[in-house]
Design a binder for this molecule. Sequence first.
Ligand SMILES: N[C@@H](CCC(=O)N[C@@H](CS)C(=O)NCC(=O)O)C(=O)O
Length: 198
Amino acid sequence: MPLHIFGDIRSGNCLKIRYVARHLNIPFTWEEVDILTGGSRTAAFLAMNPAGQVPTVILDDGRALAQSNAIMLHLAEGSSLIPTDPYERAKMFEWLFWEQYSHEPTVAVCRFQMTYLGKSREDLDPALVRKGNAALALMDSHLRQTQHAFLLPSGISLADVALVAYTRVADQGGFDLAAYPAVQAWISRVEGDLAIDA
Ligand SMILES: N[C@@H](CCC(=O)N[C@@H](CS)C(=O)NCC(=O)O)C(=O)O
């Protein structure tokens, strides 16, 4: 049984899994879940993931796994997307934890409110917008200062996959990516490397 992904095709968290599986040539099937009509809150779904969220996957051995970054880490075990050097690997985790605490809850939430809930840019919480811009500015500053092609010096890693998912569509959350040229250039490089087409 190939990897089975329960996901929402508009969700960056879900697309992370798709990007990794495609990049590593892992066969998978995709089952679309409508999170707005309770598709992730059914008894059957909650039995797989009590948090009631996508992405949730069923691995090829039948076991369930949730949390986008945990799933990516599992799928990419032993691949070039995870640095072997312990410090580099820890730096990758630094970006992954930061993504979940400071980037996704701001950039992705603004996008969710605009694209899923139909809010206008003006309706967004200014504090959330400010924090989202701070997250994008941090990435831009890091990329400018280090002059690295990717977030880690060793090359593309899960840090890039995790962060590109919502950064590349940040404009849909009202963010002006033109203000972050180093981020824009990085997005193009990551999209090229992962062969992200849409
Ligand atoms: N930290 C989780 C977040 C997952 C998450 O927020 N999923 C959203 C879609 S992006 C969801 O399933 N929302 C539906 C719900 O909570 O009912 C991850 O990285 O996988």
